[in-house]
Ligand binder design. Structure first.
Ligand SMILES: [Zn+2]
Length: 245
C-alpha cells in the first residue's frame, strides 16, 4: 500500500485547493544518467538559494525496486540532501511545501520581485536508480508497440504524482521488448508521444496554485542549478491536476 504524504499546512489539502498546476522539469534526453550525488547537489542548491526552507522538515519517500512498499519519513531539511544518496536501487522522492510570502523565500517564478502566482510551492525531486525502471511524470494509459502496432493498456506502479515504467515490459501481442525510441504512449488527454519523450531517471516537480505566465523558469540561478544537474532540460506543463496528497 502506498503511504500517503501528510501535510502540516492545514490549507494544503486537495479539498481546499481543488485543481492545481504542476510543472515537471526533467533531462531532455531519457538516456542521460543523472547520478544520486548530482541530485543531492541540486536539492542542497535549492536549500542554499532559499527556494526551499532549511528550517522546515522534508518528507522522504522510498520504494525499493522491483516495486515494493513505500516507506515515508520526515527529516530535517539539512539531512534531506544526504538522504538522497542512500537511494541506490530504489525510487526516492523528497518533497517540501513553502509559501512565496515567507521571509527570505526565493520564488523561481518571480519576475521583478513579484511572485507569479502568489501562494504555495510544492517542490518534489524524484530519483529512480538502478536502470530497471524509469520515471513517468505524465503517465500514459496505453502503449503502442513499434514492432506490431498494437495498442495495449499500460499497467504501472504509481510513485508520488507519477509512475514507474518497468523496462522489462514486453508487448502482450507480439512479445517485442520495450523500445523507448519506437514505442509510443498515449496520455489521458489523447496526446501521443514517443516513450523516450515521456520517461526520465530524475525529475523536479513544482506545484503551484495557477499556471505561471512564463513557460520557462525566469530565475537564472535556479535554471543554472538545474542545468548543472540535468544537462539541458524540458519543462512539461500539467494543468488542472489534483493537488498532491
Ligand atoms: Zn507488439
Amino acid at each position: 500500500m502506498p503511504v500517503t504524504r501528510e501535510r502540516v499546512d492545514p490549507i494544503h489539502t486537495p479539498d481546499d485547493l481543488g485543481l492545481v498546476h504542476r510543472r515537471w522539469i526533467l533531462p531532455d534526453d531519457a538516456q542521460r544518467t543523472v547520478a544520486l550525488p548530482q541530485l543531492a547537489r541540486l536539492w542542497r542548491g535549492l536549500l542554499d538559494l532559499g527556494v526551499l526552507d532549511t528550517n522546515q522538515e522534508v518528507t522522504l519517500e522510498r520504494m525499493l525496486l522491483p516495486a515494493g512498499e513505500v516507506s515515508a519519513q520526515d527529516l530535517p531539511a539539512v539531512a534531506s540532501a544526504g538522504a538522497l544518496l542512500a537511494g541506490s536501487g530504489a525510487a526516492s522522492l523528497v518533497t517540501q511545501v513553502v509559501w512565496t510570502n515567507e521571509e527570505g523565500r526565493r520564488d523561481p517564478y518571480a519576475e521583478a520581485g513579484e511572485s507569479d502566482p502568489e501562494g504555495f510551492r510544492d517542490y518534489t525531486l524524484y530519483a529512480v536508480d538502478g536502470g530497471a525502471r524509469l520515471f513517468l511524470p505524465l503517465v500514459p494509459s496505453r502503449i503502442c508497440c513499434g514492432g506490431c502496432g498494437a495498442w495495449t493498456l499500460l499497467e504501472v506502479t504509481g510513485f508520488g504524482e507519477g509512475a514507474l515504467l518497468d523496462l522489462a515490459r514486453a508487448c502482450p501481442e507480439c512479445g517485442a521488448a520495450l523500445d523507448l525510441s519506437r514505442d509510443k504512449g498515449e496520455l489521458r488527454t489523447g496526446a501521443r508521444f514517443l516513450l523516450e519523450e515521456l520517461v526520465c531517471c530524475a525529475a523536479l516537480s513544482i506545484e503551484l496554485l495557477l499556471e505561471p505566465a512564463q513557460e520557462e523558469l525566469p530565475d537564472a540561478a535556479v535554471s543554472d542549478l538545474l542545468r548543472a544537474c540535468f544537462g539541458s532540460y524540458d519543462e512539461l506543463a500539467d494543468d488542472g491536476v489534483p493537488a498532491a496528497t
